[in-house]
Ligand binder design. Structure first.
Ligand code: SF4
Ligand code: SF4
Ligand code: FES
Length: 259
């Protein structure tokens, strides 16, 4: 996050046309009055900050926008994703877009797919005191203590499945008294599980086979010859998967699927 020369935008005071009630927030100690409906991320931009760090997908997926905040007369440090958390009056805000946690370096191809691998690469996992602060800090409502307990037991499948929604924001690690780096432990388990233990998906193997056999060469060549307008039309005419489609849905025209 950096401060540009931009001045905070003016919005009409309450009671006038186009009104939106404003609330005071404090960014690194400085007060800004921002519309109450904004997320922390939008409020920072409204206040004139340019987000060059701590901002990615803006949709609660990338985990880049971990933020800590506190309210006056409260000792509690609270946490959230800046792109998902709406401002509240008197919020004192600071972002922690990067957390310098321990990160093991490994070659997933040669690592043994067994529970002991977690202990070998992250021996600090055994320092967990079971306080549950990580679970309380997680903006994705993951049972972080639960998957760390499974990591201690060496249950790769349970860690992989229990941590599946992790966005790697680092908020759990930032608050952990045992200095665990939960998200790196979790991604190690997911990598080991996905690379070595889960049966290979038959449909992916079939698609790779078709790719290697040159099934899509002609359709790709045809695409490369099209003009921008032709590509746009093709895109607009594409059959879109319905929002509520179940997993068995496939398009009517399967020619580009190699079927
Ligand atoms: S915050 Fe750290 S010590 Fe506490 S339960 Fe989570 S991993 Fe264990
Ligand atoms: S487990 Fe930790 S890193 Fe993952 S989303 Fe939750 S708080 Fe963020
Ligand atoms: S910007 Fe990606 S989770 Fe907030």
């Amino acid at each position: 996050m950096s401060k540009t020369a931009t001045k905070p935008k003016k919005i009409p005071a309450k009671g006038k046309t186009g009104e939106e009630h404003r609330v005071p927030i404090f960014v690194m100690g400085k007060r800004y009055d921002v519309p109450e409906s904004l997320t922390i991320q939008k409020a920072l931009e409204y206040a004139g900050y340019q987000l060059v760090r701590g901002c990615g997908c803006r949709g609660g997926i990338c985990g880049a926008c971990g933020t800590v905040f506190r309210f006056p007369n409260s000792y509690r440090i609270e946490v959230g994703l800046a792109c998902q958390t709406v401002v509240r009056p008197d919020m004192y805000i600071a972002q922690i877009p990067f957390f310098p946690g321990n990160k093991a370096v490994y070659d997933i191809e040669t690592l043994p797919a067994e529970g002991g691998t977690i202990a070998a690469l992250y021996p600090e996992v055994f320092k967990c005191v079971g306080c549950g602060t990580c679970t309380r800090s997680c903006p994705m409502d993951i049972d972080v203590l639960g998957y760390i307990s499974k990591a201690i037991q060496g249950d790769l499948k349970a860690v992989a499945e229990g941590s599946f929604d992790c966005v790697m924001c680092g908020l759990c690690a930032a608050r952990c008294p045992a200095e665990e780096v939960q998200y790196n432990i979790a991604i190690l388990a997911r990598r080991l599980y996905a690379r070595h233990l889960v049966p290979k998906a038959a449909h992916v193997a079939k698609a790779v086979q078709a790719l290697e056999a040159g099934t899509f060469d002609k359709v790709l060549q045809d695409l490369k010859r099209k003009t921008m307008d032709e590509l746009k039309k093709l895109y607009k005419d594409l059959e879109i998967e319905p929002d509520m489609a179940d997993e068995s849905w496939t398009p009517q025209n399967k020619s580009h699927l190699g079927e």
